[in-house]
Structures are given as C-alpha cells and as structure tokens.
Design a binder for this molecule. Structure first.
Ligand code: HH2
Length: 282
C-alpha cells in the first residue's frame, strides 16, 4: 500500500492505528467525555502520544438504534476540535467520521485530511466532494441506517455479499470521480451484522483483501466481543486485542480503536508474526 493522508505517506502493510475521538454525548464507549472541544483535543493529543498514526473525529454516534444528528449540531461538535488541533500544530492526519457532505466539506476546509464515511460515500454529493478535493476516504459497508440496520442483518454468505456490496459502492464512487487508489475499504463490523456475521468477516478477511484496496477494521469494544465473552463495554479490551490480532494477521492495514497504546502493542506483535517469513511459505 502507498497512500498519502494529509502530510503523511502511509507505506507498506502497516498496521496503522486510527485512534477514536468522539465529540458526542452518546457514543457507546466515550460518549459525553469529549463534548468540550478542549477535552476532545486533549484526548487526540493523548492518543498521538500513545502511538496513534491518525485520529478519527466523530460528531454523531452510529451505535445501533442511534437517532440522526442534524448537520448544524454535528458541525458544532466537530469543527472547533479540528480548528483547535490544527492551531496547535497537531502532528497527525485527522479523519472526519461523517456521512454528511456538508460536515465533511467544512472539516476538510478546517484542516481534516480524510473522510471516514460509514454510509459508503452514498449521500448525494459525498463522492463528488471526495473526488473534487482529491482526499482519501474510508468507504464502509452497512445496510440501511443505524436506526434500522439491525433488521437488515440477513445474509446467505456474509463475506461474499459484503464484498459484492463494497465493490458496487466503490464503482459508484469511481463513476463520481473518486480514484480507487484513494479508497480504504471497511466491511463495517457491527453495522447491519450480528455477532456471527462479524466473526465470519474477521475469519474471511483474505477474501476482502482480493478487492485490492487497503482494509480498515473497527472491532473496538463492539457488541460481538460482549456476545462471545459476556463482558460489558468497559471490560472488552482483551477481546478487542484478540480481534485486532486477527485483523493484522489477515493483512488489514488499518485498525480503528479507542485504546491505542494496548492495541498498538497487540498489532505490532501480530505484524511481527505475520512478517517472519517461514521457509516454504509464500
Ligand atoms: N465504527 C464506529 C464508528 N465509525 N467507522 C469505520 N470506518 N469503521 C467502524 O467500524 C466504525 C466507524 C462505531 O464506533 P464508535 O465511534 O466508538 O461509537 P459511536 O458510533 O457510538 O460513536
């Protein structure tokens, strides 16, 4: 992989750690902790110090059943954080986690470098915006919206269907001018998928690598980890690290996590195992 995000060139197989900052009152892990822009910016700095390679800033929770947030409110949450970080010469690329082109546009104007869209660049004008700004984007798979996605979690072969739907969304984005080389694909763990679907996706990652784009996975503290272990959200770090390890061993370039220091250690050890190059193995 070779991908420029802001001022940084991401080269090779990674793993690269995307640290999560949610400037929301209701996100399922850090909701309410970073609603003040100063607190959100401090958290971004702390994730950078823990070894994050980029940060992902969101102003709308996408947990199952979440109600949509109007663009003005999302902008009010996200923009001051981007401005503050850029004013303080924050050293990492900033990704904006939004499905709304007006929010993405304003965040890019304020100094964000990448658009992370859980709706797969499907909103009118989003793919065109990404194309005209020539910025990289994360194109994530989901069906429906967070309000109704649980009822859309019906698959015969989840890996094949997610791969086909990602490919179709990528083709739509390309028709709007987005360059394939600027896209990171994400199968969307927890988005219109039940626990078994999420586990099948993690087991089937080599089939998603065949799509030819870098992969990003966001397993951090999600409910499938609770389903397997019985652990509540605040106790799901060990399960998250197991999922991060599985992602890296299967060749995912990016992992999106809340707990950067711990995930970085797991990811680096997994990558060292991945790269050892045993005799007789390709
Ligand atoms: N997961 C969440 C949000 N954004 N973006 C990508 N590309 N992939 C993901 O898996 C993903 C994502 C949900 O996690 P979080 O941001 O912690 O929670 P909330 O949506 O409640 O803010």
């Amino acid at each position: 992989m070779q991908l420029r995000i802001g001022e940084r060139l991401f080269e090779g197989p990674g793993p690269f750690l995307m640290g999560i900052v949610n400037a929301t009152p209701d996100s399922f892990v850090d909701g309410g902790r970073h609603t003040d822009p100063a607190a959100a910016a401090e958290h971004a700095l702390s994730l950078a110090a823990q070894g994050a390679d980029l940060i992902d800033l969101g102003g709308e929770s996408t947990r199952p059943g979440a109600a949509p947030v109007p663009a003005e409110e999302e902008l009010r949450r996200v923009l001051p954080v981007v401005e503050r970080l850029r004013a303080r010469r924050f050293p990492l690329p900033i990704s904006v986690d939004t499905a709304k082109p007006e929010v993405a546009r304003a965040a890019l104007d304020a100094g964000a470098d990448l658009v992370n869209d859980v709706q797969g660049l499907s909103a009118p004008g989003m793919a065109e915006l990404v194309a005209s700004r020539k910025v990289p984007a994360v194109l994530m798979h989901m069906r429906g919206t967070p309000a109704d996605m649980a009822s859309r979690a019906v698959y015969e072969d989840v890996v094949a269907e997610v791969a086909a739907e990602l490919e179709a969304a990528l083709s739509r984005a390309e028709r709007a001018g987005v360059r394939r080389g600027q896209v990171i694909l994400d199968p969307g763990l927890g988005f219109a998928k039940n626990a078994e679907h999420n586990l099948a996706i993690l087991a089937g990652l080599p089939r998603l690598r065949a799509l030819g784009c870098p992969l990003l996975l966001g397993p951090s503290r999600k409910s499938f980890i609770g389903k397997v272990t019985g652990a509540p959200v605040e106790a799901r770090l060990p399960g998250t690290l197991a999922a991060v390890t599985a992602c890296v061993l299967a060749g995912a370039e990016f992992v999106r996590v809340h707990d950067v220091a711990a995930a970085r250690q797991a990811a680096l050890v997994a990558a060292a195992i991945r790269d050892i190059g045993l005799p007789g193995q390709a």
